[in-house]
Design a protein. Structure first.
Length: 598
């Protein structure tokens, strides 16, 4: 069927494991592509709130419309990649980001999101610019999401069984709370999350409430402890200010770090922090296994809060896992000097590169640039491709916003496919008793296969919905050894696997990678292997783990296509699609000017 969006979560798919903590082992109900599943609704920027039915092929356009039509416990709002500029979305909603999803309430009057007295959940969603998030709630869960500029006053974790795991909070006020002794055993679990320049409040903890804060990073935060903060373990604090008392009725400071609110104190070590807690509440054993060190984020200037290889948060969490929301990863840094960054400046097309910023030289033309080859020595499984934020207005998400159209125009009286989506190209026309103007989309229905023209109207069928790729990548486990005195291949990348070598007057030591720019031979006692030759770049999704279709349907087979390709076939690990393990990785970023529209 035409124009099916390349959804990750389709009929029969199970939801992510983290989200199952809140919703249980839920699977998306079986349905045809043009029929909405009984327990889910699909939303995409290519959808239509008037003619869409919430199916994979006919998604709705806005979360607001989906919320108006559907609200039910264990019901999924599956959201396609893109920026949704919506506010005042209300109700117990379960939002599942299918790709790189941003919900932006910036400058929307009175905006608030998921303010509700029933449960709500999110997975893989970035919330930006909301004035309130998640009021009194029952059994909420937020996973692998990001909250940017949300507050003051939320999210709040009141009442029972709330989960907050693998999330990033930026410039946000966050309230950990409990209602009191009348409720039996209440558990609020906050784990592996990262709080950046945020105001955090711990309050309302009693003996029957279990506020578990585990393996989190607090970086440049103002933290107010309004009661005994039980169960705060294996956390890392860096440049944070604390206040221990119960005197503030409105606990959120008016500003964020680096401003130090009245009554807040910075402590130089965990022992001093525990002593202050002991003085205030008679308990100094709260911050067990906690540390005060810089987490060494890879590149916070572009909101990359993954941990560098030398981070003290590595293997420091509960049961030896990492601390924080983002695991160990390799940095990708833009710099005007090639040796200071991770981009191959010679590959740039129509781009300007300065420190931490890449922009188009000519704003009317597309641009592109490749990274240097990234060395992954253990050949570990690739978890996610970094989104480099140079698509300014689209918040760094790389969705091809242009639908692919059939080359054949349809005129009044021509037979149309049905059901199928069409775009009105020129003039006005009438179909199914409705008038459509240029730029409108319509969905044909069975039995109505022609239209009439009002002013020379023409149609073209939408044969592929907006694609979900502009990040490309190629992978290699390394090629053959190269003997000293052998001419190198210009454009190939080489890895020094022993000793050191000299090429073009530059010395490269073991463990380094370089690009050959000519056919000059190398010298030295070290040895080389080919890291990357003429492997093809494939399309991959930026918001989820890269997977591939392989030759012979085998994990060890050569890659046919990546999971950002419109022809990608989904199945499941070990069947049709496979995770990627590679020793060498190269990314290829493309800036499409048509994607820069708000």
């Amino acid at each position: 069927m035409s124009a099916t969006y390349n959804w990750t979560y389709t009929a029969g798919s199970t939801i992510p494991v983290d989200l199952q903590l809140k919703l249980g082992p839920l699977a998306i109900a079986d349905s045809a592509d043009d029929v909405r599943p009984s327990n889910a609704v699909y939303i995409a920027l290519s959808g239509n709130d008037l003619t869409g039915n919430g199916s994979r092929i006919y998604p709705l356009r806005t979360i607001t419309e989906a919320c108006r039509r559907f609200q039910a416990y264990n019901f999924l709002f599956i959201i396609g990649a893109g920026v949704y500029r919506e506010g005042e979305i209300n109700g117990g909603l379960n939002l599942l980001g299918d790709g790189d999803v941003v919900i932006d309430g910036t400058n929307l009057f009175g905006s608030f999101l998921l303010s509700t007295d029933i449960g709500s959940a999110s997975y893989n969603v970035r919330f930006k610019g909301f004035t309130y998030f998640n009021g009194n709630n029952y059994s909420s869960g937020h996973f692998n999401s990001q909250f940017d500029g949300v507050g003051p006053g939320g999210p709040g974790f009141n009442y029972n069984s709330n989960y907050f795991r693998k999330n990033v909070m930026l410039n946000t006020s966050f309230y950990f709370d409990g209602p009191g002794a009348q409720y039996a055993i209440i558990t609020n679990l906050i784990a592996n999350s990262t709080f950046i320049s945020s105001n955090v409040v711990f309050t309302g903890n009693t003996d029957n409430q279990k506020l578990g804060v585990n393996s989190c990073i607090f970086y440049n935060c103002n933290i107010y402890v309004a009661s005994i903060p039980n169960y705060i373990d294996y956390c890392l604090f860096y440049q944070c200010n604390f206040r221990f008392d119960t005197s503030i009725s409105t606990p959120f400071p008016a500003t964020f770090y680096p401003n130090v609110p009245p009554g807040y104190t910075a402590y130089s070590n965990i022992a001093d922090l525990q002593a202050a807690c002991e003085t205030a509440y008679g308990s100094g054993s709260v911050f067990a296994n906690c540390r005060m060190e810089d987490p060494l984020f890879n590149n916070p200037a572009i909101n990359d809060y993954s941990l560098s290889l030398g981070s003290p948060a590595k293997n420091a969490g509960y049961l030896g896992t990492f601390i924080g929301a983002r695991s160990i990863a390799y940095a990708i840094k833009a710099a005007s000097t090639a040796s200071d960054g991770n981009f191959d400046l010679s590959s740039g097309v129509n781009v300007n590169v300065i420190d931490n910023y890449i922009s188009l030289a000519n704003a009317t033309r597309n641009g592109s640039i490749k990274t240097n080859v990234i060395v992954n020595p253990g050949g570990g499984q690739v978890r996610k491709l970094l989104i480099y934020g140079f698509n300014a207005d689209r918040q760094g998400q790389y969705v091809d916003s242009i639908a692919d159209l059939d080359t054949t125009y349809k005129y009044a009286g021509d037979v149309l496919n049905a059901p199928a989506p069409y775009l009105v190209e020129t003039g006005a026309l009438v179909y199914n008793n409705a008038v459509f103007q240029p730029g409108d989309r319509l969905l044909t229905v069975t039995g109505l296969t022609t239209f009439s023209s009002v002013t020379g109207g023409t149609l073209r069928e939408i044969v592929e919905a907006p694609q979900r790729h502009t990040i490309m990548a190629r992978f290699s486990s390394g090629g053959p050894a190269v003997a000293a005195g052998t001419a190198l291949v210009s454009g190939y990348w080489y890895y020094v696997n022993a000793g050191s070598i000299s090429y073009n007057g530059i010395t490269y030591n073991v463990g380094t990678c370089f690009k050959a720019v000519n056919t000059v031979t190398f010298s030295g006692s070290g040895s080389l292997i080919i890291a990357m030759g003429n492997e093809a770049f494939q399309h991959y999704e930026p918001g989820i783990q890269p997977t591939s279709n392989n030759m012979d349907d085998s994990r060890s087979g050569a890659i046919i296509r990546g999971n950002g390709d419109p022809a990608y076939v989904r199945g499941g690990y070990g069947t049709t699609e496979f995770p990627i393990n590679a020793m060498f990785i190269q990314l290829y970023y493309i800036i499409n000017v048509n994607n820069l529209k708000p």
